[in-house]
Design a protein around this ligand. Sequence first.
Ligand code: PMP
Ligand code: GLN
Length: 381
Amino acid sequence: TNPVFTGINTTVFETMSRLAMAHGAVNLGQGFPDVDGPEDIRQVAADALMEGPNQYPPMLGLPDLRAAVAEANKRFYGLDIDPNRNVLITSGATEALADSLFALVEPGDEVVLIEPLYDCYLPLVKQAGGVPVTVRVTPPDWQLDEAALRAAFSSKTKAILLNNPMNPTAKVFSDAELGLIAELCRAHDAYAICDEVYEHLVFDGHRHTPLMAFEGMRERTLRIGSAGKTFSLTGWKVGYITGPETMLDAVSKAHQWVTFTTPPNLQKAVAYGLRKEDAYYAGLADELMQKRDRMAAGLQALGFNVLPCSATYFLTCGIDGLGLGATDVEACETLVRDAGVAAVPVSAFYGSDAPTGYVRFCFCKRNEVIDEALTRLGAFL
Ligand code: PMP
Ligand code: GLN
């Protein structure tokens, strides 16, 4: 088998969900909402399933969805995007990441990554033949260290892969941090692949600014979004890439042999969803923020060291002193088995030498589910 995959475990999200099911645990591990996204969006998909289209849509995506993605870029970020040249539809952000890396990275190229990192990043970079160069950010504020980032860039750098807002740190990169990243990309003539799937799940008056909006970045940046996160429909796997034509040309060559296309009824419904009123987007963030506060208060009261959370639907917590085990992995095994609550060990988001004192809880759950999890944890601790 390919050495890239040797010794790689099944993804932690699948592993924890299987354990949650086996133990009848409340699943706060894998990130997915327990209520499906808007009924009107699902209705558009259902109607399209019956009325069509049901055959291969164009390889680059349904024209209506590409137009809707371009409109959303203008509406939320003031970016002028040509739907015919600057948008590619993919089967989820995961496919978008794979296509982007396979298209841009040549064997031996260095790719700068910020650690902790979403778990598919390292395997995909390696599969593309790239050499990962990681810069670590540390709790509680996960601030990007300027000197470390500068040192990570070199003449071998082909790209930076940036997740903003960031899973699992729940961090929104500041304008100063993004400005520094942009400066280094320009100075080293590097691409930026921006995983912005949590762009609309941002709290407390923080604003999401795409790196693409920074000076000199339009021509070197791919910006990736996902309907799974924006519309609470994670199983749909509809993603979108915005970028310059030259880059997307190469990415679409990878896309054509990976999936070629994405179900047309879902594309049609996502086009409808992206045009939803401002109140939808505001309501989504508002509802999640309340759930964050509900879960954070409960976990804090139980002795977890809940770190700040400005975005996403994840809370990362220190577990020191709770007696849950020697490592975060042991703690998660204990929690799912003995407390009946599944979480994810944060060490899964590191390549090596991971810190082992943090676990991640997902809070996009019904209030009664959050309360049940807190009750179970309280009874156990
Ligand atoms: N990137 C990040 C940072 C994620 O947390 C996830 C998980 N949903 C993805 C990408 C994958 O998105 P999709 O389900 O659209 O492939
Ligand atoms: N992105 C989700 C998370 O961080 C999981 C997605 C998956 O299971 N592949 O929990």
